[in-house]
Design a protein around this ligand. Structure first.
Ligand code: HEC
Ligand code: HEC
Ligand code: HEC
Length: 102
């Protein structure tokens, strides 16, 4: 019984740490491209009420650089394009500069 309680406490600590780390709030990921760097801010996403499991791990692994994304994939509705399709979030066309910063 005691052992289960300890395990449960340890799990709770791990889960709390996962909530505060990473891409959510605070962290910004960048990918250099010929169009300027793509900037992904955790705060832009966490602030819209997106939960970790809406991206991890069905769209993205929890590792920067794991996905080898091409713009054509995004335009075809993959990776960022799973949401940035003009339905869940702004679409790429006409919005290049929202993601690509000089
Ligand atoms: C809107 C999508 C999205 C949401 C929501 C999201 N992430 Fe991520 N996360 C990403 C992307 C994109 C990457 C980079 C993946 C890649 O480069 O292949 C990433 C990477 C990570 C990494 C690795 C960072 C590094 O430097 O290697 C961790 C850890 C992570 N996310 C944790 C979380 C946690 C915890 C949550 C929820 C609190 C969360 N993410 C929510 C999109 C998201
Ligand atoms: C929702 C965010 C987003 C928007 C909007 C966006 N891009 Fe991208 N773009 C990316 C990401 C992510 C990559 C891949 C970065 C990496 O992994 O190296 C990329 C890569 C690229 C590349 C590098 C070559 C390639 O084929 O992957 C070019 C060029 C590019 N985008 C052009 C554009 C143009 C032009 C627009 C506007 C019509 C645009 N992008 C809008 C996110 C975006
Ligand atoms: C699970 C859905 C989801 C995924 C996947 C996702 N986004 Fe978003 N993103 C959103 C939503 C929702 C917003 C806020 C609504 C809006 O701006 O249309 C947003 C907002 C943004 C903004 C803020 C734009 C501004 O000026 O306010 C940027 C930049 C952005 N996303 C880039 C990216 C990039 C780059 C990727 C891929 C690495 C990505 N997003 C993947 C859902 C997503």
């Amino acid at each position: 019984m005691k052992r289960i309680a300890i395990a449960a406490t340890a799990l709770a600590v791990v889960m709390t740490a996962a909530q505060v780390m990473a891409v959510p709030a605070g962290k910004t990921l960048e990918w250099p491209t010929s169009m300027g760097k793509v900037t992904f801010k955790g705060a832009d996403h966490a602030g819209k009420g997106l939960k970790c499991n809406e991206c991890h791990t069905k769209i993205f692994k929890m590792k920067k650089g794991a996905a080898s994304m091409k713009m054509a994939d995004i335009n075809a509705g993959k990776y960022c394009g799973e949401c940035h399709n003009g339905k869940k979030a702004f679409k790429p066309a006409g919005n290049c500069a929202k993601c690509h910063k000089k």
